[in-house]
Design a binder for this molecule. Structure first.
Ligand SMILES: *Cc1c(COP(=O)(O)O)cnc(C)c1O
Length: 406
């Protein structure tokens, strides 16, 4: 079955809900049994993972189960679990797989709250945390230790968008008995298939494109056979559950995700290509552009790109960058992304990037929404003009001269 067909049908069972097209929002804490015999049967059904079986709201109702079934199908996994945020999904999966004395390798381009959780929380529980260069590919082998239990990958990296060689990393990790856990949020379940590329646990901040409308927080973990029982048990042990209203929004978002992502991809690439031509722009960091260092890997492993990329402006004048962002009419200023609306926010690459981030200018993360791309380009053109006027007023902002002197 093709993906757009899966997106329409996955997790839907109208016959169970009086013919309703959509699984309803089922709110519950207590779930009643008609007799003790029925209660025992409900518990057995839940233990056997029968479709829809539950004994308590915390273990999910039909709404949660519909979303988990849909995600497991899209990601090709043994099972999926829903969480109240993307970060909750990440921390629960990592807690499930790591114990005191274990070693985890985490890419320095990974979402920074993920690295903070490892540093601030799992370190306290005796986990050894080591960051690595996302460009390492199969050389990850030289960093593996006998106690390495997890290699954590995120491709493209948050903000800096490094593409990782996931199959090469997975081969090395598995050769040493480690699991590969991936944050697959950027690609969505459509453009990269982690489990088919050797990943054991695939995670999405469903908050982004799955919900797709900037109106709910949600996370989802999909496991292969080797990791399913452990991650599921830990999810229950840690009391993780998500509200059915938010899950309903994620289910609704899934139905149109293919259509939305097609537009995010096309418009994002068109805007990125336009930006790359502008004299005020030093570089556009977008995996689908041939200028991206990871372009060949992206072409090999990915079937598309979302609307999120970064642009490096030549100016180093923070005031000029602020004037650029402030001048934009169609781009909101804020974190998160994946909704229908365009966003722009300046960022500073992490402390580990060093020579891997070869640009001199100011970085801005762009999210290209579902507006007409020509309006976005016109908007960017006038904002670049505002920025250039502002930058030329500032004597500290002469990057060309500064570089020649350096
Ligand atoms: C936003 C994001 C997360 C966290 O998701 P929340 O739902 O905000 O907790 C994790 N990983 C990536 C790559 C993200 O962009």
């Amino acid at each position: 079955m093709k993906e757009n067909t899966q997106l329409v049908g996955a997790g839907r069972h109208p016959e169970r809900f009086g013919g309703l097209v959509n699984t309803p929002i089922c709110r519950a804490s207590t779930i009643l049994a008609g007799s003790m015999a029925e209660w025992e049967a409900m518990k057995r059904a839940r233990a056997a993972e029968e479709p829809g079986a539950t004994t308590y709201g915390r273990f999910g109702t039909a709404t949660a189960h519909a979303f988990e079934e849909a995600m497991a199908q899209l990601e090709g996994g043994r099972g999926s679990l829903v969480f109240p945020s993307g970060l909750a999904a990440i921390v629960t999966a990592l807690t499930a797989l790591l114990s005191a004395g274990d070693h985890i390798l985490v890419s320095y381009s990974a979402y920074s709250p993920t690295r903070s959780f490892l540093d601030r929380v799992l370190r306290r529980f005796g986990v050894q945390v080591q960051v690595y260069d996302p460009a390492c590919g199969g050389d990850i082998r030289s960093l593996m230790q006998p106690n390495t239990r997890v290699v954590y990958v995120e491709s493209p990296g948050s903000e800096t968008l490094e593409i990782q060689d996931i199959p090469a990393i997975a081969r090395m990790a598995h050769a040493q008995g480690a699991f590969v856990v991936m944050d697959n949020t950027w690609a969505t379940p459509l453009f990269f298939k982690p489990l088919a590329h050797g990943v054991d646990v695939s995670i999405h901040a469903a908050t982004k494109y799955i919900v797709g409308h900037s109106d709910a927080m949600l996370g989802v973990v999909t496991c292969n056979e080797a990791t399913w029982a452990r991650v599921k048990q830990t999810t229950q042990d840690m009391g993780q559950t998500a509200g059915p209203d938010d899950i309903f929004l994620a289910l609704r978002g899934l139905r149109t995700m293919g259509l939305r992502l097609q537009r995010h991809w096309e418009s994002g690439l068109r805007v990125a290509q336009w930006l790359e031509q502008q004299p005020e722009v030093e570089a556009v960091v977008h995996p689908a552009l041939p200028s991206h260092p990871g372009h060949a890997l992206w072409k090999r492993d990915y079937s598309g790109a979302c609307g999120l990329f970064s642009v490096v402006l030549r100016t180093r004048d923070a005031q000029a960058v602020a004037a650029f962002v402030d001048a934009l009419q169609h781009f909101g200023i804020g974190v998160s992304w994946g909704g229908y609306e365009s966003l722009a926010i300046p960022f500073t690459p992490g402390e580990h990037h060093g020579a891997r981030w070869p640009y001199q200018g100011s970085a801005v993360r762009m999210h290209i929404g579902l507006e007409d791309p020509q309006d976005l380009i016109d908007d960017l053109r006038q904002a670049l003009t505002v920025m250039a006027a502002r930058a030329s007023l500032s004597p500290s902002a002469q990057p060309e001269a500064a570089r020649q002197n350096a």
